[in-house]
Ligand binder design. Structure first.
Ligand code: GDP
Length: 427
């Protein structure tokens, strides 16, 4: 029996989707346990290229049961759009179970996200405007709507009426927007209930049974450690925990069920959106890394926004792995660095007062930190056909081993291209 959490060690976009797709081949269940449609997991396989925002990354494997757990922010329209797109692109209908306790992102969550970003103007946090922060705010204010509420009109009307009381005050007096009426929402949400009904289950019971039957379960995270609201770069964080510690909660398994935590990190750094990013490159160096990175350059899978890029940041990644509790690392995008004679790596931060630290700082210290670099030899060759560790050039092996010792976690997988087969398993 294995229950493995696949999580990000950094700011997100580390290649978790690819790693989940690869490991799904040996899994029975793949579970999304937090987050919403504000980030996409890129997967390239025999069916083409996909950027999944709502569906678990196991949907391309016929034998896998895909689960959306109660911790997720369920974007219903995106979910059905993705299911349709799989069908039109020839992917067999996936096995999918959606928790009857998971809450849905409502049209007014997206409206509030947009209005708040506009209100904040240049002080905005770079929201993707998918309604994720207003969704989680409502969830914890006990104003959310669960999938099970969508099949009971009276209950739905009562919940929406309660939620809109305070929202309409904000809409009118903070945002200068017309108030919302409950009634037009009812048919739309009831329709969601009808369409979701075939998938709704007590997924917690399903997973607990699977666990006691010794099934292999992958828990798939969205975004990365540094976006965690408690341990990340708050307030430039997301609104749900991105940590493996939350995985059993958001999925519905006992905490002791998790047997492995695979933290995914790129061989360099990338970051979408605002917030402190100490190792950030500018100018032509950044342009070149951004152009060569990922499968088609470093551009957001959902937003298309250019990602900020930098060299590998051992300070941030060691911290990310430690708060994840990583038991192994998947190092992705190693192939991207083959154009460099020398590869810089950030091994420490210099704080504003001149102190040099290997610990990840907080607040103003983080904002003002500067990277301290070490340089490793490049390998100046194409790694994309390598399938065993021994096939990597000596300089690439030294790079992997340097990172491994800098972050203190075993590098168990090395990804040398975006495709499913471009993977090296390191014992
Ligand atoms: P996720 O959200 O963590 O799944 O990451 P994204 O899908 O947002 O971003 C990862 C990017 O890296 C995507 O463009 C992937 O296709 C790409 N990718 C993943 N692994 C590799 C790799 O080993 N090499 C290259 N060149 N691209 C990769």
């Amino acid at each position: 029996m294995t229950v493995t959490a696949i999580v990000g060690a950094n700011w997100g976009d580390e290649g978790k989707g690819k790693m989940t797709d690869v490991l799904s081949a040996q899994s029975d269940y793949v579970v999304r346990y937090q987050g919403g449609s504000n980030a996409g997991h890129t997967i390239i396989n025999e069916y083409g290229k996909f950027a999944l925002q709502a569906l678990p990354s196991g949907v391309f494997h016929a034998g896998v049961i895909n689960v959306i757990g109660p911790g997720v922010a369920l974007d219903v329209e995106t979910l059905f759009r993705e299911l349709n797109s799989l069908e039109t692109r020839g992917v067999p209908a996936p096995k999918l179970c959606i928790s009857d306790r998971v809450q849905v992102v409502l049209p007014y969550h997206q409206l509030f996200d947009q209005l708040e970003e506009e209100r904040l103007g240049s002080r905005s946090f770079g929201s993707t405007r998918r309604g994720i922060a207003p969704f989680y705010a409502d969830k914890y204010a006990k104003l959310g709507i669960r999938t099970s509420d969508l099949t009971n009109e009276d209950r739905l009307r009562a919940r929406l009426t309660q939620a809109l009381e305070s929202k309409n005050v904000l809409l009118q007096h903070l945002y200068g927007h017309a108030p919302l009426d409950v009634e037009p929402l009812i048919p739309q949400l009831m329709d969601w209930g009808v369409r979701l009904q075939p998938y709704l289950r007590d997924t917690t019971a399903v997973l607990q049974q699977a666990q006691s039957d010794g099934k292999r379960i992958l828990l798939e995270s969205q975004l990365g450690a540094l976006r965690d609201p408690d341990h990340g770069i708050y307030p430039y964080s997301t609104s749900s925990s991105t940590l493996a510690g939350f995985a059993p909660v958001g999925a519905g398994l006992p905490p002791y069920a998790v047997t492995g935590i695979l933290a995914v990190t790129k061989a360099y750094s990338s970051c979408v959106g605002a917030g402190p990013f100490v190792m950030e490159l500018e100018g032509t160096e950044a342009d070149e890394l951004r152009r060569r990175g990922g499968d088609a350059g470093e551009f957001g899978a959902v937003t298309g926004r250019p990602r900020r890029v930098g060299w590998f940041d051992a300070v941030a990644t060691r911290y990310g792995c430690s708060i994840q509790g990583a038991t192994g690392v998947a190092l992705t995008n190693l192939d991207v660095l083959g154009y460099l004679d020398q590869i810089p790596v950030c091994t420490a931060y210099e704080l504003a007062d001149g102190t040099v630290t290997e610990a990840f700082p907080v607040g103003a210290q983080l904002d003002e930190a500067k990277p301290r670099l070490s340089f490793l030899d490049g390998w100046r060759s194409d790694l994309s056909e390598a399938r065993t560790y021994d096939e990597l050039p000596a300089a690439a092996q030294r790079y992997v081993e340097f990172i491994e010792s800098a972050i203190g976690v075993h590098v168990a997988y090395i990804s040398v291209g975006p495709r499913r087969d471009q993977i090296i398993v390191r014992a």
